[in-house]
Design a protein around this ligand. Structure first.
Ligand SMILES: Nc1ncnc2c1ncn2[C@@H]1O[C@H](COP(=O)(O)OP(=O)(O)O)[C@@H](O)[C@H]1O
Ligand SMILES: [Mg+2]
Length: 246
């Protein structure tokens, strides 16, 4: 489904007159099968969101390739209607001047897939909300409700691939589990593949089949959820221990 091949990315170092570049992604390669949930786990600043933006085609790699179903994601046509994303900051993801109805309808409108209001209500129902939310604005939603609206919006175009970048990290712990359960259910129902980007190894273990452990812009280890206790890298052990001692 998704192939990331020798991807490198640098950014200019901060500072007005700086000409030096900082290497953010160093020769990243991995592939993902159809209908799986792959986790990308790493500490803050390790380059996860940068990788996410490259996969979504928002930015271009300096070198290397990213293929979705064999085609380069830099072409908008390859991504459209196939990929979608949910980010950490749900308040920035929904325009404050739009109602829930308008927010969910928009991506379908863009692709000419919108027929009637029942579609929006059906999507709300899939994410555990009802018709009473249709005319609400973002400020009238709790964090969990707003993130559910973002999920409904993301799946409205029937994508086969969903990228979730710290999608539950801003939510209260009790709400995190509810949203993870919802994501699990939706994945089964729609046969989607997820790329679940997070610093939270516990959340990743709850939802993912496989993980990539990411450190300083490199994949240091790959493992499946069944073999997580057999990880070899010190860095992965450190991440795991941090969870176990909490
Ligand atoms: N547009 C940008 N310009 C310059 N540096 C950036 C840019 N985006 C991210 N960075 C830097 O790249 C590094 C990795 O960031 P990011 O991909 O957001 O990591 P993560 O999502 O793992 O926390 C950070 O040091 C960050 O400051
Ligand atoms: Mg990030």
């Amino acid at each position: 489904m998704l192939e990331v091949i020798n991807v490198c990315k640098t950014y200019k170092k901060p500072g007005l007159f700086s000409t030096e570049r900082q290497s953010i992604l160093k020769n990243v390669s991995f592939s993902m099968e159809e209908n799986t949930c792959m986790g990308i786990i790493g500490e803050s600043g390790s380059g996860k969101s940068t990788l996410g933006r490259l996969i979504l085609g928002i930015e271009k790699p300096d070198s290397g390739k990213i293929l979705l179903e064999g085609k380069d994601v830099k072409k908008a046509k390859v991504r459209q209607g196939v990929m979608s994303a949910v980010f950490q900051d749900y308040s920035a993801s929904i325009n404050p001047n739009r109602t829930v109805y308008q927010a969910i309808k928009e991506p379908m409108d863009v692709l000419g897939k919108y027929n009637d209001e029942n579609m929006v209500e059906g999507l709300l129902c899939q994410v555990g909300l009802d018709g009473s939310f249709l005319n609400r604005y973002q400020h009238e939603l709790s964090g969990g409700e707003a993130q559910r609206v973002c999920i409904a919006r993301a799946i409205s175009t029937n994508p086969r691939f969903l990228l979730l970048d710290e999608a539950i990290s801003s939510l209260d712990v009790s709400v995190q589990v509810q949203v993870l359960d919802l994501l699990k259910e939706l994945r089964k129902m729609h046969k989607m593949s997820y790329l679940f980007i997070t610093h939270d190894i516990q959340a990743a273990a709850y939802i993912c089949d496989r993980f990539l452990i990411f450190n300083s812009g490199m994949i240091v280890e790959q493992t499946s959820v069944d073999h997580i206790s057999e990880v070899k890298e010190e860095y992965t052990k450190k991440l795991l221990n941090a969870v176990i001692t909490v």
